[in-house]
Design a protein around this ligand. Structure first.
Ligand code: E4P
Length: 218
């Protein structure tokens, strides 16, 4: 499963990218708004650091406005992916952009029918939001399982499932088991993924033994 980082913070992106584990980035208007810089500067910096797809979201609500904004965003860097909301207008914009071979990420997906429509409009990625489904008492991971099944039934659908709104490492494990192509992960969850108490405990034992043996690697 590919790992994207769900962030607009260039400092945290650069730090995590030292692991070479970052396959792409997703941003959204709320994440961009948290930074004290304009959207173009933020995206330019991110695209310079990360060579994989970087999702940049439109904020217009009508198809014409979305296409106008997509034109501006696309010019920022070659790896920009146009993120569109899963609305009727967003689907029309997705179709238009797909015809022009522009990569798209259709976001705010909460159902199988929405995902199917995005895929049929030629979306490169569809982003089901699993944490927000859990928040309303539904099971977000089940949505990933269902979308995977539907997409596998129809091999001509080439859209990748980009699991979003990930809140914990259990979400990461479950969407990987469900066959999600990508998970977009907040920095905090990324830094929980490699941790294990037995790793820390084991390391302490090794280092204590080493110290008491009075040895050196040099
Ligand atoms: C995805 O592209 C979104 O940016 C993100 O995953 C939303 O997550 P949230 O529900 O934690 O805001």
């Amino acid at each position: 499963m590919k790992i994207y980082i769900d962030s607009s913070d260039i400092k945290e992106i650069k730090e995590i990218n030292r692991t070479s584990l970052v396959d792409g980035i997703t941003t959204n208007p709320s994440l961009i708004a948290k930074q004290n810089k304009d959207i173009k500067t933020i995206l330019k910096e991110i695209c310079k650091e990360i060579k994989g797809p970087v999702s940049a979201e439109v904020t217009a609500e009508d198809c014409a406005g979305m296409l106008k904004e997509a034109k501006v965003l696309k010019k920022i860097a070659k790896n920009i992916v146009i993120k569109l909301p899963l609305t009727y207008e967003g689907l029309k914009a997705c179709s238009e952009l797909s015809k022009k071979k522009v990569k798209t990420n259709v976001t705010l997906c909460f159902s199988v029918t929405q995902a199917l429509m995005a895929a049929k409009c030629g979306a490169t990625f569809v982003s089901p939001f699993i944490g927000r489904l859990d928040d309303i008492g539904e099971n977000g991971v089940n949505l990933i399982k269902d979308i995977r099944k539907v997409f596998d039934n129809y091999k001509y659908l080439k859209t990748e499932i980009l699991s979003a709104s990930i809140r914990n490492i259990d979400h990461v494990k479950e969407v990987a088991k469900a066959g999600s192509d990508i998970a977009t992960i907040p920095a905090k969850v990324f830094h929980e993924m490699y941790k294990h108490e037995l790793t820390d405990k084991g390391l302490k034992i090794f280092l204590d033994d080493w110290k008491s043996a009075n040895q050196k690697i040099s």
